[in-house]
Each structure stands twice: as C-alpha cells, then as structure tokens.
Ligand binder design. Structure first.
Ligand SMILES: Nc1ncnc2c1ncn2[C@@H]1O[C@H](COP(=O)(O)OP(=O)(O)OP(=O)(O)O)[C@@H](O)[C@H]1O
Ligand SMILES: [Mg+2]
Length: 465
C-alpha cells in the first residue's frame, strides 16, 4: 500500500546498472518496485498500483526495438489510466519519444538519466496521479455536503476539514455570502502539514482584469509598460503554504487557462518570462456564484472546474443548519461579552426562538454582527429578541380561529418580506399568493412593506448584502 509520503513507483529496465543507480537515488523517497521485462512488469502491477512507472522501451526479448515498451504503456494505462508513465530510453531519436507520448506516456527522458531532472518529473507525475485518483473517487461518491438542518453541521464541516487537510488536493468551497468559506479555507490550511507556511488570500473580483494575471503569476522587468522591476506573484508568495482564490467565478477566461496549467503542472511562468518555475502551493478556491451556470454560458471553463473541484465542500446557509444558529450565537455571545468585560450575559428563550425563526440572508456574518451589537447595546444581563433586532415569533392570542390565523399570517408575511428586503413580487411568489392578494393582506393586517422599519438597522450595511 502506498503512503502519501512515499508514493509507489515501478521501474522497468533490463539494465542492471541503471536499476541499481535508481534504487540508490530514489529509494528514500519512493516505494520502489523493479522489473526487467514485460512479464515481470505485469506481475508487479498486479501486486502494487504505482503512481508512476519509469519505463525502458527496449526490453527483452527485443531489446533493440521499442515494441515491447510501447505495448506495455498501453497495458499499464488500461489497468489504471491515472498511472503516469515516464519513458527512459537509450534511443535518442525523436521517433520513439513521439510514439511513446502518442501511446500515453506523460514524459520522455534520454539516457544517461539526469537524476535531478528525473526527480522533478517524478515528483510532479506522482502528485498528478494522486489527484487524478482522488478525483475519480470523489466523482463516484457525492461531494462532501453538510446535511442541512440536523444541528450537526459544524461537526460535519470540522470532520471534512480534517479529512481534506491531510491531502494536497485542490478544494472548492461553495456557499452563500457569510457562510464561512474563508474561515473553512483557513481551517484546512491550519490543520494540515502546511500550517507553518503562508496562507495567501486573493479576492479575484477585487482586482481589475488587466492586473490579475501579473498579480497571480508575477512579472519580469519590462514585461509591460510600468513593469519597472521584476515582481513575484501571489502564487509564488504562497510557496510551501496555501493559496486561497476567493470569488473564483470572476477570474477571466485567459487567466483560467493559466491557472489550469498551474494546477496540472505545479509550475508557472511569470508574465514576460520564459523559464518555468516549480511552485509547491496548495490551491483552495471559493465562490458564491453559480459555476454550473458559468459553464453553461461559457464564462467558466469546464476543465478548470474539474481540476479545481477535486474536493467540493458545500457550506449550507445558516437557515438550513438547525440548532447550529443557537450554538453559534452562544459562542459569539461568550466571546463578545468577554471582550466587552460583560461576562454573564444570557440569551432569553424568546431570543433563541427568534434566532431559530429568522431567515439569515447574511448568514453567520449577520449573526455575528447582531450578537456583537446586542452585547454593546443591551442594558440588562438578558439579551432579548429586540436587542438582536429580531422579531420574537408570534404566539397566537385571543380565542377565535380568525385571531390565531391573523397572528400567524402577520408573522409569516413579515418574515417573508424581511427575507426579500420588502420586495413584493418574490415575497408573493414564496407565499404562494398573487401580488394584489399580498397587498390586500398587508392592508388588512396593518403591516408595512418594510418590516425592518425605516432602514435604521445596522444590518442594511453592504457587508451583509
Ligand atoms: N463556524 C464558525 N464559527 C464562528 N465564526 C464563524 C464560523 N464560520 C464563519 N464565521 C465568521 O463569520 C464571518 C463570515 O465568515 P467568512 O468570511 O469565512 O464567510 P465567507 O463565506 O467567506 O463570506 P463572503 O462570501 O461574504 O466572503 C467571519 O467573521 C467568520 O469569522
Ligand atoms: Mg469570503
């Protein structure tokens, strides 16, 4: 069984001296299997499932011809298409190289083998093989979704974070604004072996299209007007750590192509530069945009999406996280109360009920803001629904059915309008009534269109929308 630290590599060569040399130079970093002909190679493939195969083309019984090696490439890839085959050959003519790559080899090295070059190729090959396998496993099971509304959401997110932190595969985090995408990305970084390295976050929607490429990839001196000196990009700055690409849906198509290449090859070219730079950076991306729609409309590349979404984490909106809203509120309350020197503050029962009933368009960020404000503003030790600027849920009063129905209707309509910021059409659609019918009820129940009042609430800040 291959460990992530020591990927399995099979070497197929009939040259004993070369086998010995490779065993010495690669044995510390890889779990090596050795074979000297096609039959031996097939037997070794039965036993292990190598990430990469280093293959000599001229094998017995026909060592002077590439036919045995070429046939073996096909057999290796039929068994597992994720295996990376690197051909090592004494035949320097371009023809066998082209044929080997045409048959499915990922690279070609002429003998005598330059060990340093081989190390670079091998490291990259094993990494890509691992991702491809992880990707296929992920494709055959649903993406890591947090089950909505069962109150265990946070534990599931935490378990997912721990699981993906152990690998280096790219992660795509999806979720509405304020659901904790950046926080999840940081948690993945902090829980993995890269925690000592940098966490570099870049908001792709905040950078003008013309600058984003050089911001990410860096540039050489003189690459364009104004490039007075060489500059490292964010990808390079994140070497040894994690690059967080926020609002990935806003990356322009040409930059998507370059990023795709980086994900595949782990190497970049600075703008205006020629040389390839190997950069060991883990990529985590996030968005609240609908990438499926972007792909349908041609603004988001499908191949880029699949490379990026090796692991997908869907963060549910707060309104679907059941009791999490109360648990989170208690956590925030304790934190802010301590910060403000007001320990001992408590949430009243109606405040908890109001938290459960609110639709949370701004998700966790909105909750955090409401609790922070309540801690500052409340005059007693008990935080009530009003301190959170929430309406307590209705309890029907009176004895007639009509009174009870009016109270519940009033409450439902108020919440629905609040969710849709006072807009009649979507609120009516959600309530399942026509717009005139909604106007009629507002009038009859004595409700205003804007249930939050005149806009004095701090929750109308752009941070929430
Ligand atoms: N599980 C959590 N526990 C405590 N605080 C959280 C949690 N998740 C998110 N937060 C807090 O909520 C706020 C919003 O989180 P974050 O910035 O990660 O959201 P986001 O999804 O990236 O939002 P946006 O799409 O608007 O950028 C942050 O202040 C963060 O600290
Ligand atoms: Mg964010």
């Amino acid at each position: 069984m291959e460990s992530p630290e020591k990927p399995a590599v099979l070497i197929v060569d009939d040259d004993e001296a070369l086998l010995t040399q490779l065993r010495w130079s690669l044995g510390d970093d890889y779990t090596l299997g050795l074979a000297s002909d096609r039959v031996g190679a097939l037997a070794a493939l039965e036993k292990a499932c190598p990430s990469a195969v280093l293959l000599d083309l001229g094998l017995p019984p026909a060592p002077a011809s590439p036919s045995e090696g070429l046939a073996l490439i096909g057999e290796i890839l039929r068994r597992d298409p994720a295996t990376r085959v690197i051909v090592l050959s004494g035949q320097t003519a371009p023809d066998p190289a082209a044929r080997a790559v045409g048959t499915g080899a990922c690279d070609f090295l002429a003998k005598p083998v330059d060990t340093e070059e081989l190390r670079v190729l091998l490291r990259r090959a094993c990494r890509v093989a691992r991702w491809e396998r992880e990707f296929r496993t992920e494709c055959t099971r649903p993406s890591v979704e947090v089950p909505p509304g069962d109150g265990t959401g946070m534990q599931v997110v935490a378990a997912t974070v721990r699981k993906v932190a152990a690998s280096d595969a790219p992660v795509l985090i999806l979720g509405e604004s304020g659901t904790g995408k950046e926080m999840t990305a940081r948690a993945i970084h902090e829980s993995g072996r890269r925690r000592g390295g940098p966490f570099v976050a870049i908001n792709c929607s905040a950078i003008p299209e013309t600058l984003i490429e050089s911001e990410l990839f860096g540039h050489e001196k003189g690459a364009f007007t104004g490039a007075h000196q060489q500059r490292r990009g964010r990808i390079e700055s994140a070497a040894g750590g994690t690059l967080f690409l926020d609002e990935i849906g806003d990356v322009p198509l040409p930059v998507q192509v370059k990023l795709l290449r980086f994900l595949q090859e782990q190497s970049i070219q600075r703008v205006g530069g020629r040389g390839e730079l190997f950069v060991d950076t883990r990529v985590i991306a996030a968005t609240n945009a609908d990438l499926q729609r972007g792909m349908r409309e041609g603004t988001f590349r499908e191949d880029f999406f699949y490379r990026l979404a090796v692991v997908q984490i869907g963060l549910p909106p707060l309104r679907e996280r059941g009791e999490d809203v109360v648990t989170l509120a208690h956590g925030f309350l304790e934190r802010f109360a301590t910060e403000q020197g007001r320990r001992g503050l408590r949430l009243s029962e109606t405040a908890e009920e109001a938290l459960r009933g609110h639709t949370w368009p701004g998700n966790i960020r909105e909750l955090q803001n409401r609790v922070r404000r309540a801690v500052i503003m409340s005059e007693s030790r008990r935080i009530d629904a009003a301190d959170l600027e929430l309406t307590a849920p209705a309890t029907p009063t009176g004895t007639s059915l009509r009174d009870a129905r009016d109270t519940l209707e009033r409450d439902l309509i108020r919440r629905c309008l609040e969710k849709h910021a006072g807009r009649i059409a979507p609120a009516a659609a959600e309530l399942g009534i026509s717009r005139p019918a909604l106007y009629e009820r507002l009038e009859r129940l004595g409700l205003s269109r804007n249930p939050m009042g005149s806009g004095r609430s701090m929750f109308h800040s752009p941070e929430l929308t």
